[in-house]
Design a protein around this ligand. Sequence first.
Ligand code: FAD
Ligand code: SF4
Length: 397
Amino acid sequence: MTFVAPHQKARALKPGSRRPAKELCSECGLCDTHYIHYVKEACAFLNQQIAALEATFHGRSRDLDNENELYFGVHQQMIAARKKEPIEGAQWTGIVSAIACTMLTQGKVEGVVCVQNTKEDRFQPMPILATTPEEILAARVNKPTLSPNLSILEQIEKSGMKRVLAIGVGCQIQALRTVEKKLGLEKLYVLGTPCVDNVTREGLQKFLDTTSRSPETVVHYEFMQDFQVHFKHEDGSVEKVPFFGLKTNQLKDVFAPSCLSCFDYVNSLADLVVGYMGAPFGWQWLVVRNDTGQEMLDLVWEQLETQAVMSKGDRHQAVQQSIPAYDKGVTLPMWAAKLMGVVIEKIGPKGLEYARFSIDSHFTRNYLYLKRNYPKKLESQVPEYAQKIVNQYKLPE
Ligand code: FAD
Ligand code: SF4
């Protein structure tokens, strides 16, 4: 195993002086390496170029007149799946870790870029270039904080590896795709997860302290399809807090400015995306974008139970109502938030419609954030598909 202590190199730099995206930097790690040379082209926050990179890596950019492509990007197929034998301690059932382990043991790749945590802190990301299944499994579960995955790029180069799998979120993958050809690899496989509302380590602490009954024992959390945040604690208990009861007024500035300016929720440039939000509760949601993605999925097919994706309900009204509520930082009393959560779960959007609900809510919020804070970036940072999605709603000034 080779690893880079988080921000080891960055510490030697003058803060901000080598982060050309400045406060919009998501700490993707590129600028910790000599690939900083390509930052103006590669950085997701300096040069949003999703449509062009889709064409390069998937053979075409998304069809804006097809609702599923408009929302979920270029794809050959979407399915709901779960591991027949879930991996203990994974974020969901461990499909990501299973694919990575299988690719390594079958010799498809020599190394896997993934994220373990530091010894001292379960939520502090520590990117590694894993060369054994044990190291990949030790990287299972989300570190829900900005992670400098691309700080590994120089290690890949020095390792002499020719076939590598990279696991990462959208901003990391956009930068990676831009410099991919310069890495000297024969084949790079890209396994993405969706990502939204990421935070710095300090931001995460504030979120946990404000929201959970026992912040120090949280091992895992997820914003679930039942409109509640599920916190899993060390003793195995699960604490549920309704979205509508979150202390929005205190949490508004918790999310990283990069994530409030991002429109690549669904990781448009990965070969295969594994998330949960387009699948029924308890299942994972898989988006196969190209033949490489299908090749990766085929490797673990026998390990999976699958079902077709479904879609139910109409999100539009709920999204429209949530826009001013979020904007004003409205927090409902807990009894009302719980009641609202129960009602929405019964009649609210399900499956792909839930995923569209989440995308609409985040894109409208982020559009307003950019418009108010970085008006000059609005035109270049908002992809055409996102503009079309946002145009469905009435936004406050
Ligand atoms: P596991 O087998 O547990 O593997 C998790 C993998 O994630 C590991 O390989 C690890 O290397 C990688 N990883 C962990 N932390 C990070 C990080 N900070 N940056 C990059 N890679 C990391 N899915 C949705 O459908 N909707 C969402 O809104 C959503 N938000 C997410 C936000 C974050 C910050 C992350 C990391 C993921 C998010 N996901 C989201 C994806 C989802 O939570 C699961 O990660 C995914 O479904 C895979 O589950 P699994 O059990 O197969 O993963
Ligand atoms: Fe550099 Fe990545 Fe930050 Fe952009 S997001 S400035 S590429 S570290």
